[in-house]
Every structure is written in C-alpha cells, then in structure tokens.
Design a protein around this ligand. Structure first.
Ligand code: B12
Length: 156
C-alpha cells in the first residue's frame, strides 16, 4: 500500500504463503498504486494479497482496488486485503463491507487465523495465463465472496 512503510507484516505473509507451497512476489512497502497495477498486469498472479497496518488501509484500499478493477488485464484478478485496516481496532464490519463492495474478493481482520488465507486460496481457480488452451475462465467478483469464520462478512 502506497502510504504504508511497515514491512514485517509483508515478510510474515510471504513466509506463510511460501510454507503453503505458493510462489510469492513481494513488492515490498510503500508500493505506488500504479506500480501494483502494472505488476499485476505483467505477472498475472493467482492472487494479490494486500497487507496494511498503519491505519490508512480502509481509505487507501478503496482507492487502490478501483484502479485495479479499472484495467482490463486486472479486472478479474482475485485481490484480498488484511491487517489493521483502520485506527479504531477490533472488527470493523462496515469498513470490511465497503472494501468488498469496492472490489476486494475478501477482507481479513487483524487477528484472522492465518489458515483462513490458505482456505481462501484453495477456492481459487488458476490464473488465466496458467490455464490450458480452451479451458473455461472463471470470472470472479464481490458476488463470489465466500467468507469463512475468520473473514469479515459484509454488513447487511
Ligand atoms: C515496528 C512498527 C513500526 C515501524 C515499522 C518498521 C518496519 N520496517 O516495518 C515504524 C517505526 C517505521 C512504524 C511507523 C509507523 N507506525 Co507502526 N508499528 C510498529 C509495531 C510496533 C510492530 C509492527 C510489526 O512489525 N508487527 C509484526 C508483524 C508480523 O505483525 P503485524 O504487522 O501486526 O501483522 C499481523 C496481522 O496484522 C496480520 N496481517 C497483517 N496483514 C495481513 C493481511 C492478510 C491478508 C492477513 C490474512 C493477515 C494480515 O498478520 C500479521 C501477523 O499476525 C506496531 C505495533 C504492534 N505491536 O503491532 C506499530 C503500529 C502498526 N504502527 C502504528 C502507527 C500509527 C505508525 C505510524 C503512523 C506512526 C507515526 N505517527 O509516524 C507510522 C506509519 C508509517 C507508515 N508510513 O506506514 C500503529 C497503527 C495503528 C492502527 N492501525 O490502528 C501501530 C499498531 C502501533 C499502535 N498501537 O498505535 N511502525
């Protein structure tokens, strides 16, 4: 996230995902929105994981996902966000709902069980660039959010 200079959350997630057997490209801290979109368009990842803890995540996340969803190459890329998304702490159902409505596929609260991210990954189809020719492309969007017990559910 462009405003966030915290790095150990990113290292933690990289190690977690690598232990689960996934290849990870860690773009690091303070990533400009445009750079993230460009990298996603070039790498075509199976999943983009945004981690932010400085308290600006709610606002920055909505801006960022708008740019991701605006570009054809990244319009359907699965993107999740987690961490300390605001400055009030605790479960922030309204903020989570707004992030999902803005285009995130899932929102993880600060104290989410790390296994919840793995379970979410297990629900994903391979990215289009890894599909066999002729294989169907699954389109994803906010309507396919299937939150587990550690994923904040959108507010009703
Ligand atoms: C170290 C630290 C710093 C260092 C960072 C150095 C570095 N290279 O990373 C420095 C001094 C630079 C710093 C700066 C600031 N910090 Co600071 N920082 C911390 C501190 C003490 C530890 C963070 C850390 O490394 N934790 C270890 C990692 C592994 O854990 P984590 O970040 O908590 O992430 C966990 C979860 O959130 C979760 N998670 C995170 N992301 C995701 C994503 C997904 C998808 C999932 C599933 C889970 C998940 O998993 C992680 C492991 O459990 C915390 C307080 C604390 N004790 O947590 C404050 C803290 C994060 N900082 C805070 C603040 C406010 C700031 C500053 C704004 C302070 C200021 N006024 O300048 C600046 C912001 C700078 C910026 N532009 O971003 C606040 C954020 C408040 C909030 N969100 O409500 C905290 C919580 C301190 C506090 N209690 O007020 N900080």
């Amino acid at each position: 996230m462009s405003s966030d200079s915290h790095t150990w959350n990113l290292v933690f997630l990289q190690l977690l995902l690598e232990e689960m057997g996934h290849d990870v490209t860690n773009l690091g801290a303070c990533v400009p929105d445009e750079m993230l979109v460009q990298e996603c368009a070039a790498l075509r990842p199976d999943l983009v994981v945004i981690s932010t803890v400085n308290g600006h995540g709610h606002a920055d996340g909505k801006r960022l996902i708008g740019k991701v969803r605006a570009r054809p190459e990244t319009r359907h890329t699965p993107v999740v966000i987690g961490g300390k998304l605001g400055i009030t702490g605790g479960t922030q159902a309204t903020a989570s709902h707004e992030l999902v409505m803005a285009g995130f596929d899932a929102v993880f609260q600060d104290d989410a069980d790390p296994a919840a991210l793995g379970r979410f990954l297990d629900t994903l189809e391979p990215a289009p660039n890894t599909r066999e020719p002729g294989q169907d492309v699954l389109e994803r969007g906010p309507d396919v959010l299937e939150p587990g017990p550690d994923v904040l559910e959108p507010a009703s």
